[in-house]
Design a protein around this ligand. Structure first.
Ligand code: ARG
Length: 565
């Protein structure tokens, strides 16, 4: 938003100093606090011979005010500029008005394609907090890339293959119930899995049975594959319902089972490159030789069956052939850092020249996540509990509650907001303690607080005597609280661009808290109600813009902004 202002400063300074504009431009920044100016140039960054403070002083004296800035002031080696606020405010608010839900988007990724693999639960095992984090963060990354103009394909790579499958099938033959399977496949398969795992501890013969079963699957035995496919299909159908509750959909349901050709080719390539070694009848790659701490990795077991890593190598090759992506992102817990390093290193050793397009986005653990009654939390239960909490809080205000058109839906959105925002409050890599109390709360740095700020702005719009008018007289927005709000609104587009570097959802979440806070500060003095029309219109346009940005940000982190609650 400040580009034109910076450009005009660089142009005039270039004339005064003889330094090229493209050297000056990157040295002009928005200062952390704007007590001295809205933009500042750090003269030392120009690397000129001579005293920077003297330069600053000389240039400040000759600097002419123009339509963009009101002049320059030297403070030590800094040159500070005050921008033409009117012009700035007008630009910002008209951009929001014009672009609406697309405000902040850019087209830097045009023509580029990213594949984002995330969520990737294991059938028959619980969808745990790690998968939830992957889901939430992955969805955010997809949205962010799209906002930056990329084409994004979202992919779920199910854990639907491997020896544990053999174990599950053996378990089903002993403990399975057709009825329960159809009623709730995920719960039932999990139950079977728990039972058979316990039984296998007692009786080693079960393990052999499981291995033999999986061997049959890998050899393409029709009967075993038919059962496996039923488990898979039923589970996917169930997952889809859950994802819908989270407000997301996958473009592709892939999975370990879907990797075929690529894996055999990968094995052949490993052989051709002389990377395979035999160890106890198994095939391994000694990655330690190529990079410290990567260790040895088994890629084929004694009985010829494959492993998690082998399938990932095959999948990587097939993915590139299928999508010809410019980038692929694996959103996987930091517990698998080593696995992904091994994978990427192996791809490199296979001389796949697209290996630099692979990226692992990791995240820390969620600790202490059990229901308030104890035991493991299934995602559905967690959403349910959080939703019920929100519903209870909403009901406390009967009059308001009566006005909410879809209380259940709203409670579900709020419940999800609580979970998502709590997850995104700190940097990804940090472990955090799951905290029901924070999830219960409507206040402080919580999702419901952000939703509340949004709903409150919506309610103000509904009650205002004037309508949102893009031609409102914005020169009336002179108060510091108004300027602060406009400043924050103006920063959103840059934020979307810079967040691409670290892919930290907390950058967005923290911004949204600042924005909500600035709204409530403005609110204390800058009313719309009972004001002369011009003032009401100018303020309404400002609040409307803030509401739009808040809504865009909530959407970006995967939430539906609520209008009443
Ligand atoms: N299914 C795996 C798990 O739950 C995560 C898969 C991650 N993605 C991958 N390409 N390895 O641990």
């Amino acid at each position: 938003m400040l580009d034109e202002f910076k450009a005009s400063i660089a142009k005039q300074l270039s004339e005064l100093s003889g330094v090229a504009t493209d050297v000056i431009l990157p040295a002009i920044d928005v200062p952390k606090v704007n007590t001295h100016g809205d933009l500042a140039l750090a003269v030392p960054r120009l690397r000129l011979k001579g005293n920077p403070a003297q330069f600053a002083k000389d240039w400040a004296e000759s600097y002419q005010a123009d339509t963009f800035v009101t002049g320059a002031v030297a403070t030590g080696p800094y040159l500070n500029f005050r921008i033409n606020r009117e012009m700035f405010t007008r630009k910002v608010l008209s951009a929001v008005y014009k672009e609406g839900t697309k405000y902040g988007f850019n087209s830097s990724g045009e023509g580029k394609h990213v594949v984002v693999e995330f969520s990737s639960p294991n059938i028959a095992k619980p969808f745990h907090a790690g998968h939830l984090r992957s889901t939430i963060i992955g969805n955010f990354i997809v949205n962010l890339y799209r906002a930056n103009g990329w084409k994004a394909t979202s992919m779920n790579y199910l854990g639907d293959w491997g020896k544990q499958y053999g174990l599950l099938a053996v378990g089903f033959s002993k403990f399975g119930s057709e009825e329960e399977l159809v009623a709730d496949p995920i719960q039932h398969l999990f139950k079977v899995y728990v039972a058979i795992s316990a039984a296998a501890k007692e009786d080693p013969a079960i393990d052999d049975e499981a291995r033999a079963y999986f061997k049959k699957m890998e050899d393409g035995d029709q009967e075993t594959l038919a059962l496996w496919k039923r488990f898979r299909d039923l589970s996917i159908a169930r997952y889809k319902e859950t994802y819908l509750r989270l407000g997301l959909q996958f473009d592709v349901y892939s999975g370990e089972s879907q990797v075929t050709e690529g894996m055999h080719r990968a094995m052949q390539m490993l052989k051709d490159f002389g990377l395979l070694e035999e160890s106890d009848g198994a095939q391994i790659i000694d990655l330690e030789k190529h990079k410290k701490h990567l260790g040895k990795a088994v890629v084929q077991k004694k009985d010829g069956t494959t492993l998690y890593l082998t399938r990932d190598i095959g999948a990587a090759i097939e993915r590139f052939e299928t999508y010809n992506f410019d980038k692929i992102i694996y959103v996987v817990s930091s517990q698998q850092d080593l696995h992904l390093k091994q994978l990427f290193k192996t791809l490199e050793l296979l001389k796949l020249d697209y290996v630099d397009r692979f990226e692992h986005i990791n995240y820390g653990l969620v600790k202490g996540m059990s229901t308030r009654k104890g035991t493991v939390v299934f995602l559905d239960d967690m959403l349910h509990e959080s939703t019920e909490n929100m519903h209870a809080v909403m009901r406390e205000n009967e009059a308001k509650y009566a006005q909410v058109p879809d209380p259940e839906g709203t409670a579900a959105t709020l419940g999800l907001s609580a979970i998502v925002v709590q997850d995104m409050s700190a940097r990804r890599i940090k472990d955090y303690d799951f905290n029901w109390d924070r999830i219960l709360s409507f206040e402080g740095t919580t999702g419901p607080y952000l939703q509340y700020a949004h709903a409150r702005l919506c309610s103000m719009e509904r009650r205002a005597a004037v309508k949102v008018n893009p031609d409102a007289d914005i020169t009336l927005l002179t108060e510091p609280a108004a300027q602060e709000l406009v400043d924050l609104v103006s920063r959103y587009p840059d934020l979307l661009a810079t967040t691409m570097q670290q892919l930290e959802p907390c950058s967005i979440v923290q911004y949204l808290f600042k924005l909500s806070h600035a709204v409530s500060v403005a609110w204390e003095s800058l009313w719309v109600h009972n004001q002369p029309t011009e003032i009401a219109e100018a303020r309404l346009l400002m609040y409307w813009s803030a509401r739009t940005v808040l809504g865009n940000g909530l959407t970006l982190i995967g939430l539906t902004p609520v209008e009443r609650m």
